[in-house]
Write a protein that binds this ligand. Structure first.
Ligand SMILES: C[S@@+](CC[C@H](N)C(=O)[O-])C[C@H]1O[C@@H](n2cnc3c(N)ncnc32)[C@H](O)[C@@H]1O
Length: 202
């Protein structure tokens, strides 16, 4: 769900775990995913909040870095509906700790607040999953350190590589980019603070 460029759909299909459907609301993303996918992956343009699949159609549902852009109560209820008995939803998202420590906060002062409103803490996600009818839900934390060079960091900012940029003003983006060009170090080190959530239908 929210397959984007399709890297996980391709990985799952290549390992022949199962028949894979790759779903995304964006036709542009699906076009890229289609071009890279091995045969066997099927595609559907649809919103997580309204899925054109029958009840109980899937054994597993997977989302990576998608939950923060969804209407979560509606999407969780839909995902539960399309999972069969014993079905499981697994998703990876960022813990609010990730938002607090994000390496771009220093350049874009609104970023923290914008993303704290989108990346919910584990207890909120688990309560929403139970309210959507999942019998059991648990969350794991996973922390990973990353290092990128200055040019890569600047390319990411110029390319507005995360959707948070869509929610900032042009003035803030311009000022943040100018400051980053002036004082980014040769290497930028940061942590990815992941939340992995596993919810069982019954
Ligand atoms: C940050 S990208 C993550 C893509 C991919 N899962 C990955 O990890 O590379 C979020 C994706 O969610 C899709 N998306 C946004 N809103 C959606 C919705 N309501 N239903 C389904 N997909 C949605 C976007 O088009 C985008 O491809």
């Amino acid at each position: 769900m929210g397959c984007g460029t399709g890297r996980f759909a391709a990985a799952l299909a290549e390992r022949a775990y199962a028949k894979v459907w790759a779903v995304d609301s964006s036709p542009e993303m699906l076009e890229i995913a289609r071009a890279r996918a091995p045969s066997g992956v099927r595609f559907k343009q649809a919103s997580a909040e309204r899925l054109p699949f029958k009840d109980g159609w899937f054994e597993r549902a997977l989302m990576t870095v998608v939950v923060h852009v969804l209407d979560r109560p509606r999407a969780f209820a839909e995902l539960r509906r399309v999972l069969g008995a014993g079905g499981r939803l697994v998703f990876a998202t960022f813990d609010p700790a990730h938002v607090h420590g994000y390496w771009l906060n220093r350049y874009f002062p609104s970023m923290r607040e914008v993303d704290l409103a989108r990346f919910a803490p584990a207890d909120v996600l688990l309560a929403e999953l139970r309210a959507a009818g999942f019998a059991e839900a648990r969350a794991l934390r996973h922390s990973r350190r990353k290092r990128i060079d200055r040019e890569t960091a600047l390319e990411r900012i110029r390319g507005r590589h995360i959707s948070t940029f869509d929610l900032l003003s042009e003035d803030e983006i311009e000022a943040g980019l100018a400051q980053a060009e002036a004082d980014l170090p040769d290497e930028v080190e940061y942590a990815l603070e992941w939340l992995v959530v596993i919810a069982s239908r019954a």
